[in-house]
Design a protein around this ligand. Structure first.
Ligand code: SF4
Ligand code: SF4
Ligand code: SF4
Length: 248
């Protein structure tokens, strides 16, 4: 099954139970930042009279993965786009490339890593739904097979055409996403980008990045690059081990 989250803004009451569940599930600090940060992986924003969730859109062809020179990001067949901190070299191309401004860096840490929603990939693997979908009291956030979520979204649009703008956001944007959205007001009014192409971005992004010098060159620069990456990976591993030990 390829999973997807369906968020229906018309059903959202702004209770932030999804945010709290995400914090708890991922051992993140309880304080909710107003925007996505390395420590707040989803937020609920009020725009006009409606609420909108922000989280990783889990693109079908993720730009974060296509620009990462060391394959620290990958799209799982079950839907989530996941990040492997042990591979990351800290170049932050993913942060620059994401069309939804999602990945965030731990700027306050001695050994920073990138952080973002992972769609609760471990829960999905265990046959459970993401924590945010499991707690939503109104059904504004639900999870299921992507094709079924699309069918459900279409059924809602057909059943109450006056309650929605006639669009499933994420069906085609940037080649499709595994987070789909419905709304009663134009998505632009919710701060969701209406201008994204309906084809995957990776090819475009590679063209832009080809103008950025490679992180490793030849000769001395190559040796320094290898040393730096190896050293960083060791430091990331140590930092992750220390964090895991603290959590017990
Ligand atoms: S929303 Fe951004 S971080 Fe999430 S999968 Fe798409 S490109 Fe990657
Ligand atoms: S899917 Fe999981 S990681 Fe993503 S916002 Fe929901 S609870 Fe957080
Ligand atoms: S838990 Fe459901 S209703 Fe509450 S803010 Fe999140 S999406 Fe909206």
């Amino acid at each position: 099954m390829k999973g997807a989250i369906l968020f229906d803004s018309t059903k959202c009451i702004g209770c932030e139970a999804c945010v709290a569940a995400c914090k708890e599930k991922n051992n993140l600090p309880a304080m909710i930042d107003p925007k996505l940060t390395a420590y707040t992986w989803t937020v609920v924003e009020q725009r006009n009279t409606a609420f909108i969730r922000r989280l990783c859109m889990h693109c079908e062809s993720p730009t974060c993965a296509s620009v990462c020179p060391v394959e620290a990001f990958r799209k799982e067949p079950s839907g989530p786009v996941i990040y492997d901190a042990s591979r990351c070299i800290g170049c932050r191309y993913c942060i620059m490339a994401c069309p939804f401004d999602v990945p965030k860096y731990q700027w306050d840490r001695a050994v920073p890593i990138v952080q973002k929603c992972d769609m609760c990939a471990d829960r999905i693997k265990a046959g459970q739904q993401p924590a945010c979908a499991a707690v939503c009291p109104t059904g504004a956030t639900i999870f299921g097979d992507r094709d079924e979520m699309i069918q459900e979204a279409r059924a809602r649009l057909e059943a109450a055409p006056k309650a929605y703008v006639p669009k499933i956001y994420g069906l085609e944007e940037v080649g499709g996403t595994s987070v789909l959205m419905l709304s009663s007001i134009p998505f632009a009014s919710l701060g969701i980008r209406p201008d994204l192409p309906l084809t995957p971005l990776p090819a475009l992004t590679w063209k832009a990045l080809s103008k950025v010098p490679d992180i490793v060159g030849v000769g001395g620069a190559l040796l320094y690059g290898i040393w730096w990456i190896t050293n960083r990976r060791i430091r990331v591993q140590e930092a992750l081990a220390q964090e895991a030990a603290k959590k017990g």
